[in-house]
Write a protein that binds this ligand. Structure first.
Ligand code: FAD
Length: 539
């Protein structure tokens, strides 16, 4: 198989144009090509009147060697790389103990899947409920203002990304092509086939719920075991000098599961579990994260600005954006987790706090575009203790609850008023989507002063890139605090085990090793491999 990159065609090209373009680029007759598949399709919308589609295709030829030899100097043609996933280990028939995975987010699910596929029969523990019941609880907050602290947007089967836009791209390096394995498993679990080749794949909430269930069924069929509503409340570590070894995990009901291999895939909101690990001596340090607001615009404004006359084209779908501004006060403001055609969601896991985030359905056909507009902060902003970032998040989440009227409404303000420094009293042309509701007012005390100043400076700057971004009627809601983990549970680069606790494999977003569905899933695969190799060495 041969990969041909950079095949460019106009957006509205006829179906057979790609076939013809491949033949032309390779300089071959039709009968010399046995077939082709699209590996990647992206678009270039810099020239809005002439949007271009760019394809990478894998081509099967009668005589591949001859074509490769003839096109040896063409850097867009090469043998197709082998991206098949290969297991690093196979469990022996007699296993002394079973690995435990804590968390069923993308990291825990993939760690569990790979361990199960290698025959290690993992036990997978999840503090929240199975995904169907969890869905009801999550909507309970959005519809009835009833928060279930153990079953919500952050906690429960599928993890934090279940009620999301389901964006699947990542900028991390992936030399072993683990991302392909993730996409392949998602498609097996009923994700749309196109995620295999579109440049910015996304899934959307309803499909994610079904996929999570399918993945659970596959893991169970391979000998894995899921236990829901089983919060890990303690961990038994045997210490010799400053070096620990995991011996067991203790569940909220008091049950102890003996194991010396624990994958810690707990996400960024398991604040009580971070505290427990810190109290037990596991090495944890503070790490930078970001905070800010959600912003909502009409999706049509973003589409028009990005795609011009091609706005609304089915191949392009609802447009996204990515913005960064470096402020005079030294802070960087950037757009985070942009959800085209989506809604802003209530994402707190703790009573008396308000947190925003965004989600969408596969169709992305809601009226508004939303994204986090967030400011980078570092441990220098919350000095003193490795867990101080959590207190900092809580402080602003509680403030948002207060400013929202203490009913889980989010405090909101129109962009024009926010920039002018006056409270908002009435909505304009943009209706905010956050449920249960938005209480308009003044957001100037909803974040630290430096963050408010930075966002005030950034919004007009963003308007130069997307005309209308600072439109008077766009709506800000707050606060966006769960952008990434406020801590890093450091691990060794080679064994992927905690710096001071052998057998503990900190993984995914909560441990500070991922930021998003895809990178968390990839980290789950890496950690599963490390667990398997360690178990084989000890067996
Ligand atoms: P999580 O998904 O957070 O999973 C951790 C799991 O561990 C949870 O299910 C939790 O209940 C469980 N747990 C925690 N503590 C314990 C314990 N003590 N015992 C047992 N179980 C425990 N990312 C994207 O890439 N694209 C998007 O479109 C996107 N949209 C998002 C929208 C929303 C509303 C949210 C909240 C997040 C979104 N994200 C998105 C971020 C993405 O969801 C996370 O990066 C990803 O889920 C992290 O995966 P994880 O497995 O590391 O942790």
């Amino acid at each position: 198989m041969l990969r041909l990159n950079e095949v460019q065609l106009p957006l509205d090209h006829p179906e057979d144009a790609l076939h013809a373009a491949i033949l032309g680029r390779l300089g071959i007759a039709a009968e010399e090509m046995l077939g082709y598949t699209i590996f990647r399709r992206s678009y270039d919308a810099r020239k809005k009147s002439a949007v271009i589609l760019t394809y990478s295709v894998d081509v099967e030829l009668k005589d591949e060697d001859a074509v490769l030899k003839r096109l040896a100097r063409d850097r867009t043609v090469a043998p197709t790389p082998d991206t098949n996933y290969r297991f690093v280990a196979q469990a022996p028939s007699q296993l002394k103990s079973r690995p435990v995975v804590i968390g069923t987010g993308p990291c825990g699910l993939f760690a569990g899947l790979i361990l199960a596929q290698m025959g290690f029969n993992p036990i997978i523990l999840e503090r929240g409920k199975a995904v169907r019941e969890r869905t009801k609880d999550t909507w309970g907050l959005w519809r009835k203002r009833e928060l279930q602290p153990e079953s919500n947007v952050q906690f429960g089967e599928g993890g934090a990304g279940t009620f999301s836009d389901g964006k699947l791209w990542t900028q991390i390096k992936d030399p072993k092509h683990y991302g392909r394995k993730v996409l392949t498993e998602f498609v097996k679990a009923d994700a749309p086939d196109e995620i295999m080749y579109v440049s910015k794949p996304h899934i959307g909430t309803f499909r994610l719920v079904k996929m999570v269930e399918q993945m659970r069924a596959s893991i169970e069929a391979l000998g894995g075991e899921f236990r829901f509503q089983q919060k890990v409340e303690d961990i038994d570590i045997e210490w010799k000098n400053d070096s620990g070894q995991v011996r067991a995990v203790v569940l909220a009901g008091g049950e102890t599961i003996v194991t010396d291999h624990v994958v810690l895939a707990i996400g960024h909101s398991a604040r009580d579990t971070f505290q427990m690990l810190y109290d037990r001596g596991v090495y944890i340090e503070a790490k930078p994260f970001s905070l800010g607001f959600r912003i909502e615009h009409p999706q049509s404004l973003i589409d028009k600005c990005r795609f011009g006359p091609s706005a609304g084209h089915p191949i392009l779908g609802a447009a996204d954006y990515k913005l960064v501004h470096h402020c005079e006060n030294g802070r960087a403001v950037y757009s985070f987790c942009m959800c085209p055609g989506g809604t802003v969601v209530a994402a707190t896991s703790e009573p008396g706090r308000v947190v925003t985030n965004g989600m969408s359905q596969y169709s992305r056909n809601e009226r508004n575009a939303n994204s986090g507009i967030v400011v980078g902060i570092t441990p220098a902003d919350y000095p003193g203790h490795p867990l101080a970032g959590i207190d900092f998040q809580r402080q602003w989440e509680s403030r948002a609850f207060e400013l929202g009227g203490g009913t889980y409404d989010a405090p909101g303000q129109l962009v024009g008023d926010f920039i002018a420094g006056r409270p908002s009293t009435a909505l304009g042309s943009v209706t905010p989507s956050y449920k249960p509701g938005v209480l308009l007012g003044d957001l100037s005390t909803a974040l630290p002063d430096y963050a408010i100043a930075a966002i005030r400076e950034a919004l007009p700057a963003f308007d130069k890139q997307i005309r209308g971004f600072a439109m008077t009627d766009a709506v800000l809601t707050g606060v966006e605090t769960r952008t990434s983990s406020p801590v890093r549970i450091k691990r060794h680069d080679d064994s992927l085990q905690s710096l001071n606790t052998t057998g503990l494999f900190p993984a995914g977003e909560g441990a500070g090793y991922a930021g998003g569905i895809m990178s968390a899933a990839i980290d789950g695969i890496r950690v599963a491999e490390a667990v398997a190799l360690s178990m084989l060495a000890k067996n």
